[in-house]
Design a protein around this ligand. Structure first.
Ligand code: UD1
Ligand code: CA
Length: 459
């Protein structure tokens, strides 16, 4: 079907000025992360995906930090300050100037519902276009306490009753206000200005808009969306619940894209985690921000990755830690109890056991023995270790940076390497071994004799 109607203009007003009292936090709740990204940024992302033109962000507590966290290259965000916390309608009116500039659709959305996607946003606008004046996105809550209840009669939304103002009968309603409201933009300001504060909390409730619009002959309806998208965050417990839902969503997305997870419920992802096809993620793996895993790689159990790239066919863990700047070449291996930071591991190179590699370059096919440590820090500065291709570093070696080990070079086990090793050379950086023939027997016999003498003296 061809859409002949010209595109309707849309302003989204995000309310994020609240005190976040129930979070008991030193920062605004919308700065708390979900999938390692501030809650507010998730909301802005959903608006950008929905192709909304402009965002008016209403700020109060931590205004500057929230504004920074909300920056998004694909949508125009302007900021407004709500001077006093007088309620959600008062907050929306802080963006008066933006609303007054004239839009077909005005969406009011809360900064504390980070799981929202473009689906309900588009659905709400669709219903405005169909001739409604207010469209509220609702959901069936498993536990409705705390939410505003949607009172629907004959298919029309009659009112929204805040939990604290609701009667017993109204509290029994499970259909709740998801905090997303689409308003006829041509009249939004006029209606918002009519909202009063005659309620239990003495606040200006955005939700009163429904009754005001109806009293002026306008039409209000509710549209149901999945609870999963509308869960609000007021407490730390809800924060954890939202994180869980977000993780489930991201895992599913990756699995549907061809990633195998043996126990997905134990794998923790970040907003920007990228994992290619045919990658297997074993149980209990944590992905901090900035990780890319290319196709065919395996991340074994109990590994922690952050700011790292794992190239095709590489193997990580079990029990590996990849820190920012770790770059594992194709087919390389970083095994158990190894830590890699700001270092590239060449194609096919192996760092298999109990090792720290930091500020280093390791050439293709080199083998780094168990217990090797790059001593990269002298207490003041960090220094670089360069290891060529096809080199072999014997177990329990300390490579004191800055230092270079050439192509095809060997480092004898237990060495402390402080001087560069040329290509194809062997470096012995340890004391030479001496064997004293028969000395062990002498020591043993002397000890036994002393012990016997003492025993006799005691009798
Ligand atoms: C609100 C709704 C409730 C709905 C629920 C959905 C109202 C009156 N109630 O309740 O119907 O079911 O969300 O999650 O709208 N804010 C401001 N300035 C203020 C007050 C709030 O900017 O003066 C912001 C907050 O930062 C927050 C959002 O508005 O992002 C919602 O405020 P909150 O106090 O969390 O409202 P709820 O009690 O959850
Ligand atoms: Ca809330």
């Amino acid at each position: 079907m061809q859409n002949t109607e010209t595109k309707r203009s849309c302003l989204a007003v995000i309310l994020a000025a609240g005190e976040s009292t129930r979070m008991k936090s030193s920062m605004s709740k919308v700065l708390h992360p979900i999938g390692n990204k501030p809650m507010i940024a998730h909301v802005v992302d959903a608006l950008a995906t929905a192709g909304i033109d402009d965002v008016a962000l209403v700020l109060g507590r931590d205004a500057e930090k929230v504004a920074t966290a909300a920056k998004n290259p694909s949508i125009n965000v302007s900021t407004y300050i709500q001077k006093e916390r007088l309620g959600t309608a008062n907050a929306a009116l802080a963006a008066r100037e933006a609303i007054a500039s004239g839009y077909d659709d005005v969406l009011v959305i809360f900064g504390d519902t980070p799981l929202i996607t473009d689906g309900p946003l588009n659905a709400a606008r669709e219903k405005l276009r169909a001739g409604n004046d207010v469209v509220v996105i609702g959901f069936m809550a498993q536990d409705p306490s705390g939410y505003g209840r949607l009172i629907v009669e004959n298919g029309e939304l009659v009112a929204i009753r805040e939990h604290k103002d609701a009667t017993e009968a109204e509290r029994a309603i499970a259909y709740c206000n998801g905090g997303l409201m689409a308003i006829n933009g041509r009249r939004a300001l006029e209606w918002l200005d009519k909202i009063g504060n005659d309620n239990v909390k003495g606040e200006y409730y955005l939700t009163d808009l429904v009754e005001i619009v109806r009293s002026e002959g306008g039409k209000a309806i509710a549209v149901e969306a999945p609870e999963e998208e509308l869960t609000g965050c007021n407490t730390r417990a809800e924060l954890a619940f939202i994180e869980r839902l977000w993780q489930e969503r991201k895992r599913l997305e990756l699995m549907l894209d061809g990633v195998s997870m043996i126990a997905p419920e134990t794998v923790f992802l970040s907003f920007d985690t990228q994992i290619g096809r045919d990658v297997t993620i074993e149980p209990n793996v944590v992905f901090g921000p900035g990780v890319i895993v290319e196709s065919g790689a395996v991340v074994h159990a109990f590994s922690h990755l952050e700011g790292a790239i794992v190239r095709s066919g590489a193997s990580v863990g079990p029990y590996a830690r990849l820190r920012p700047g770790a770059d594992l070449g194709a087919g390389s291996k970083v095994g158990n109890f190894c830590e890699v930071k700001q270092a590239s591991i060449g194609e096919g190179a192996k760092v298999n056991h109990l090792t720290y590699i930091g500020d280093a370059f390791i050439g293709a096919r080199s083998n780094i023995g168990a217990g090797t440590i790059t001593c990269n820090y002298d207490g003041i500065n960090k220094h670089i270790t360069r290891i060529g291709e096809d080199a072999f570093i014997g177990s329990n070696s300390a490579l004191v940076a800055p230092v270079e080990i050439g192509n095809g070079a060997y480092v004898a086990s237990g060495s402390v390497v402080t001087v560069n090793v040329p290509d194809d050379a062997v470096a012995f950086g340890r004391a030479r071994q001496e064997n004293k023939e028969g000395r062990a027997r002498l020591i043993r016999e002397r000890s036994l004799a002393i012990k016997a003498a003492k025993k006799k003296a005691a009798e």
